[in-house]
Design a protein around this ligand. Structure first.
Ligand SMILES: NC(=O)c1ccc[n+]([C@@H]2O[C@H](COP(=O)([O-])OP(=O)(O)OC[C@H]3O[C@@H](n4cnc5c(N)ncnc54)[C@H](O)[C@@H]3O)[C@@H](O)[C@H]2O)c1
Length: 377
């Protein structure tokens, strides 16, 4: 292994086999890898507008050395652009340049680019070669793993989608350096989530190493990212289509989504990870009341989330909301949850830190109480 390559996973999901590489300054690996894999020498790089000047040089050199004809398409990330119009622009580049099934697309960006480009790769000619190079923490440990690809349609998030795996996934920590604080913390919320659903040792590590992690100290990032990736893979293997075990990865999402949607009518108040942070606190409160626990699990949640500067309450006034109205909105929006079965919401609740289960019969009263706890004046 080169000294820049810290870890390598061989993944088998559905009928696909591919590798995940974790390292620093390793994106040129994509060029070497493709040279040995594909006969066609056309490759399209779709890259976040923000990253086009910083990330590409080494990769371009390598691809050119290997004889590839490289096309570059940039666009601005952000959920408003994860749509069919942006997908059409990529289809146009592929079609007008005679891309074939064994040509390739490399997606360099956060979850928006990964999901959108993954969707295009899965549908163009019924599937062409794809390499993910995720550049946000969320994309590294979550969206680029597990095969879900999608675009939003009108008001519905991820309305049109597919399951599609890449040939290679390169997780390169060079990208963490430029990440805004909010994006870093949003990704950390998902890692905390992973620890609470199934890994007490990871939870303890996160609790004791917050300073190193928030300073992006490399060995601590390798520890938490590789564990989060292993957890995601473990929950996806055998349940790619989210029938059972994979559902647990949605811990904190049911209440969290309702808060994100209800507060984000005019502009985004909470990034997804920040919503998940709030949702986990709410779920811990529901677990306390549903299973007659003391406050221990709830306090542990709040303690670790605060260490990472993640929200544990929604201060309605601060964002210009009237508390009673926001409560009502949240109670309405929670019914849009995709995990709902008929007229029952499904909740993932912590039995202890490091173990969660799925419950189908949480009384409405407890859901209401959770929002009342989370949403302050
Ligand atoms: N497929 C899945 O399983 C899955 C799982 C979780 C989330 N998602 C999807 O992921 C999307 C969210 O992804 P995200 O949180 O990465 O958001 P994003 O892709 O919108 O990126 C967030 C912001 O960070 C910027 N950015 C990206 N990399 C950067 C870097 N290295 N340095 C500085 N800025 C950088 C982007 O330009 C953007 O402004 C949503 O659409 C969500 O639905 C999918």
């Amino acid at each position: 292994m080169s000294s820049n390559l810290f870890k390598k996973y061989s993944v088998s999901l559905d009928k696909s086999h591919y590798e995940i590489l974790i390292g620093r300054d390793i994106i040129a690996e994509a060029g070497r890898f493709l040279a040995g894999k594909t006969d066609d020498k056309r490759v399209l790089i779709v890259v976040d507008e923000f990253l086009k000047d910083t990330a590409l040089n080494l990769l371009l050199q390598e691809l050119t050395k290997e004889g590839f004809k490289v096309y570059i398409h940039t666009f601005e990330a952000g959920k408003q652009n994860k749509n069919i119009n942006e997908a059409m622009k990529i289809y146009e580049v592929l079609e007008s340049n005679d891309f074939a099934r064994d040509s390739a697309i490399i997606a360099i960006g956060g979850g928006v680019i990964g999901d959108l480009v993954g969707f295009v790769a899965s549908t163009y000619l019924r599937g062409i070669n794809l390499i993910h190079i995720p550049t946000t923490l969320t994309a590294m440990i979550d969206s680029s793993i597990g095969g879900k690809v999608a675009i939003n349609f009108r008001k519905t998030v991820n309305a049109i989608g597919n399951y599609y795996h890449p040939l290679l996934n390169i997780i390169d920590f060079q990208f963490i350096e430029t990440l805004p604080d909010r994006e870093l913390k949003g990704g950390l919320a998902e890692i905390i989530k992973c620890s609470i659903i199934c890994d007490r040792a990871l939870f303890d590590y996160l609790s004791t190493h917050s300073t190193d992690i928030l300073n992006c100290e490399e060995s601590s990032l390798v520890t938490i990212c590789s564990r989060a990736i292993e957890i995601k893979l473990d929950h996806v293997v055998g349940d790619v289509k989210e029938q059972n075990k994979r559902l647990k990865l949605n811990y904190g999402h049911t209440l969290g989504h309702a808060i994100e949607t209800s507060t984000g009518i005019f502009e985004e108040v909470y990034r997804h990870g920040q919503g998940v942070s709030l949702g986990m606190v709410g779920a811990a409160l529901i677990a306390r009341d549903y299973m007659n626990y003391n406050d221990d699990i709830l306090h542990k949640h709040e303690e670790v989330l605060k260490k990472y500067g993640l929200p544990v309450r929604v201060e309605s006034g601060k964002f210009g909301f009237e508390r009673a109205k926001l409560l009502k909105e949240c109670l309405r929006n929670i019914w849009k949850d995709k995990k709902r079965k008929g007229n029952k919401l499904r909740f993932i609740l912590p039995v202890e830190v490091g173990r969660c289960e799925i419950y189908n019969d949480v009384p409405d009263k407890l859901i209401e109480r959770a929002f009342e706890y989370l949403i302050t004046e």
